[in-house]
Design a protein around this ligand. Structure first.
Ligand code: NAD
Length: 265
């Protein structure tokens, strides 16, 4: 059977863990040459080594423009081009239950990675793709950017902005043959959802997460938590030729949470 991404070159930011890790593995299996870009060098290097000679690690902080410029240069120099940019790296920030307690330094940090990182990643990739036959840019948003809620204000705002940016850049980049889409995962079990609340001990947090997990699962119409591979499979479809006529869309991968029942929000 032919491979979906044979010969394509893909960058995956935040590729050392969770959704990025699952996507790196699937893209490599599907014939892509993959650059895993992450701040976690130890884990990223080990994953690249495990996935084989068509996968490399590049240390990158996506909130740094210089790092992302170097990353795109690295992909082109190493694998001869760039076809897919998956702007996946993201952080949840501190989990202040109420915005009244929120710390704006945390807001700057979250926006720096989740929004600014996606915008810089898109611009640097598109500058290359526009001159080299186009490509696909995929941004990882979240249902937190679709459904309003009380906590996680900086995270929600950053992801809502990523969704709007995705649609605007899809229109802007279309004439260069660059498709731009976003995914909006629901509750996916990864280290990101192992969040912390300031002032709370890790034992307390583990108890809260254990109590919340079945609630999150049962609130989904499909009644199961999402897996990183569920998101990776969607990323594969969007980045493949099968989605050649799709741009500017935001696809929820949420077991039906955003389908319309407000009780499940
Ligand atoms: P994760 O914590 O497992 O992985 C995130 C990766 O990003 C880590 O390897 C981390 O080192 C890396 N990273 C963090 N800051 C970085 C930076 N500045 N530069 C480069 N790399 C950086 O998390 P995940 O759940 O796989 O999240 C991936 C994306 O999916 C995020 O954008 C997240 O917001 C989004 N998302 C996750 C969920 C979920 O439930 N897990 C839901 C919706 C959206």
């Amino acid at each position: 059977m032919s491979k979906e991404l044979e010969g394509k070159v893909a960058i995956i930011t935040g590729g050392a863990s969770g959704i990025g890790e699952a996507t790196a593995e699937l893209f490599a299996q599907q014939g892509a040459k993959v650059v895993i870009a992450d701040i976690n060098a130890e884990v990223g290097e080990a994953l690249a080594a495990k996935l084989g000679e068509n996968t490399r690690f590049k240390h990158t902080d996506t909130s740094s423009k210089a790092d992302i410029e170097n990353l795109v240069e690295f992909a082109v120099a190493t694998f001869g081009g760039l076809d897919i940019m998956f702007n996946n790296a993201g952080i949840s920030g501190a989990q202040y239950p109420r915005f009244l307690d929120d710390d704006m330094a945390d807001f700057e940090k979250v926006i720096g990675v989740n929004l600014r990182g996606v915008m810089i990643g898109s611009q640097c990739a598109a500058r290359y793709m526009a001159k080299n036959g186009g490509g696909v840019i995929l941004n990882n948003a979240s249902i937190a950017g679709i459904v309003p809620g009380q906590a996680l204000m900086s995270y929600r705002v950053s992801k809502a902005a990523v969704i709007h940016f995705t649609k605007c850049s899809a229109i802007d980049f279309a004439e260069y043959g660059i498709r731009v889409c976003a995914m909006a995962p629901g509750h996916i079990r990864t280290p990101l959802t192992a969040f912390t609340i300031p002032g709370m001990s890790s034992e307390q947090m583990v108890r809260i997460r254990e109590a919340l997990a079945p609630v999150w699962d049962s609130n989904q119409p499909l009644k199961r938590h999402g897996r990183p591979v569920d998101v990776a499979q969607t990323a594969l479809f969007i980045c493949s030729e099968k989605a050649a006529q799709i741009t500017g869309v935001v696809l929820p991968i949420d077991g039906g949470i955003t389908a319309g029942d407000p009780v499940n929000h």
